[in-house]
Design a binder for this molecule. Sequence first.
Ligand code: SF4
Ligand code: SF4
Length: 344
Amino acid sequence: MKYTTLGRTGLKTAVISFGGIPIQRSDAANTMAVVDRLEKHGINYIDTARGYTVSEEYLGRALKGRREKFILATKSMARDYEGMKKDIETSLSNLQTDYIDVYQLHNIKVGDFDTVFGGNGAFKALLEAKKEGKIGFIGATAHGTDSLEKLVEEHRQDIDTLMFPYNIVETQGHRILQKAKEKGIGTIAMKPLAGGNLDNRPLALRFIAASGVCDISIPGMGDVAEVDKNAAVRENLSPLTEAELEEAEKVKKELGSRFCRRCGYCAPCTVGIDIPSNFLFVNYLRKYGLADWAAERYRTLKVNASDCIQCGACEQRCPYNLPIRQMLKGVVSDFARYEESKKY
Ligand code: SF4
Ligand code: SF4
């Protein structure tokens, strides 16, 4: 595995590291197998979050007895002092450790800054935890360039790492990430495979490694096979050739910016629709020549896109401002068209 230094933290981190979102769709036994495989491949940076339901807990169990072999990062959506203090303790307990290497402010938005960095804000709790030796470094994650820029411009001394979406179709943070790197902030690419929308994994991960603005990327890995696939890319992290750059450009044009990253922030849907799964299945229907499989999976959903009551609650929570209601209508009509076509 190729390693790099994560900015001013000095942590020697695998260039392709581990994103823990998919663990919440997993179980304790599978998580153990995943961590075994991470260890085998030398993937040493594990990122999770308080918000990823069981992820911290399962990872904590799997890390028992080998905590020191990994760099642990987690995050909290708490914005105030008490909330963050409580969440740090919960993370320590879930992860079964007395020390977390990087603790991040999760999905910070411009409107959160006054509270977070104010007298009674979450940042104060992070500073205290750092002084007490409970956490090593303070990081932040964001989805909007406005908040990323504000972090770099106004808080570059406070924040040691920044995590931001970066992939073939989402390079909007490039300039600001470059600035962050120049200031010694460790930079982490989230959504390296654009939420599963990029099929060519080696191309996608090499694109990020060659960008020069992301120290590491953290593809989500929910099973051993995914760990192996990501680890395999380490063998060749060379810059993209002209032909590969053209291919990346083609992918970017095809995918556009209106696609679901499967982050799950839109949940819970008022009527129980699993929004990202609906978008995933329709992608398979539209693009990957797996129409029958996609339709079969869509049919198994107890509640699906056609049940949307158009309340709009999900759209307020989507960090990518996707017009979810409109997109779900597209899901309904595409599957209806498919079912119709099967009648003849
Ligand atoms: S708009 Fe539709 S998908 Fe979104 S929360 Fe409401 S019912 Fe669910
Ligand atoms: S619709 Fe938005 S919030 Fe929901 S999973 Fe997709 S990208 Fe994430």
